[in-house]
Design a protein around this ligand. Sequence first.
Ligand code: GLN
Length: 313
Amino acid sequence: MTSLPENLLSTLPEFLTELHQRYIDLDEGKVANYIPELAKVDPSLFAICIVTVDGQVYPVGDWEHIFTIQSISKVFMHGLALEDHGREFLLTKVGVEPTGDAFNAIILDEASKRPYNPMVNAGAIATTSLIKGHNPTERLNRMLEMFRRYIGHDIHIDMSVFTSERTTGNRNRAMAYLMLNFGMIDQRVDENLDLYFQQCSLMVNCQDLAVMAATLANHGINPITAETAISPGYIKDMLSVMYTCGMYNFAGEWAYRVGIPAKSGVCGGIIGVVPNQIGIGVFSPLLDFRGNSVRGVKVCEALSDYLQLHLFE
Ligand code: GLN
C-alpha cells in the first residue's frame, strides 16, 4: 500500500495548521441562501481533513461540525446507480459531458435529451431515479446503507433541511418533469425528488468527507473500517466524471490548477481524491458565485502545490 512520501507525511499536521491559519481571515463569499435552512450556517466555520489510504487521519479546525452533504452526495449516488445498472445502461440516461453552466441550469442535451452529467442537479435527479428498490423506504435504506459503508458509521437526514429543500425545490421539480417528458426518468417523480432531497440533506462532518474520499482513493475500501463501499470497477467512471464535471462551471480551471478529481456542494464542502494516496475534505460555508467554497478552493490549490498532487505533475 502506498500513501504520501514519508517526508511529506511527517510535516503534514504542521502544514495543515499553517494552511488553516493562512485562510481563516479570508471572509469573501456568501453562504448559500436559496434553501432557507442553509442560510442559518455560521459563516466562520472552517475545517480541513486528510485521510490516507492506510487509515491515518489529519484533521484541523471545526472538523466535528455537522452540516448537510448537498451536492457531494451526487458522486456516491452515481456510484450506486452504476452498481445497479452498469455503465452502458446509465449512459443512455445521463451523459458525461461538462456543461459550462450553473449546477441548477434547466438544460438537457439537444440530441439525446439526456441531462449532461451526474454532477449537475438534472443528472443527479436522473441517477437518483435509477436507484433500485421496491418502495421509497427500501430505496432510502439502500442509500443510507451505501453512505454508511463509505463513512464507517450510521448516517442520518437533517429533517429541517430536507423539508426546506422540498418546499423550495421547484426548480428541481421542473427539471424532473422535463426529464419525465423525455422518458429519462420514470413516473415516480415525487418519490424520486424526495430521495434526491434526502440525499442532499444527509448529515456529515469534514472528517466524514475525507474518509469518503479516501475510500474512493483506496479502491472502494474504507481505510478505517476495511469495509468495501463500492465495487472497485466503477471507481474510474466516478472519478472521471468528478474530474471533468465535479466543480460546477469551474471544473476546467480546477483541473488546470488543482488537477485532482473533486466535488463541491453548496454546504461549503469539497472532497478531493488522490488515488492510492489520500482523500481530502474541506469545509467552509462561504461560497463564490459559482457555488464553490472560497476557502475550500484556496486550500485545495495550496495542498496540490505542497503535496504535488496534480495528476500531470
Ligand atoms: N440540494 C441542492 C439543490 O438541489 C444541492 C445543490 C448543490 O450542492 N449544488 O439545489
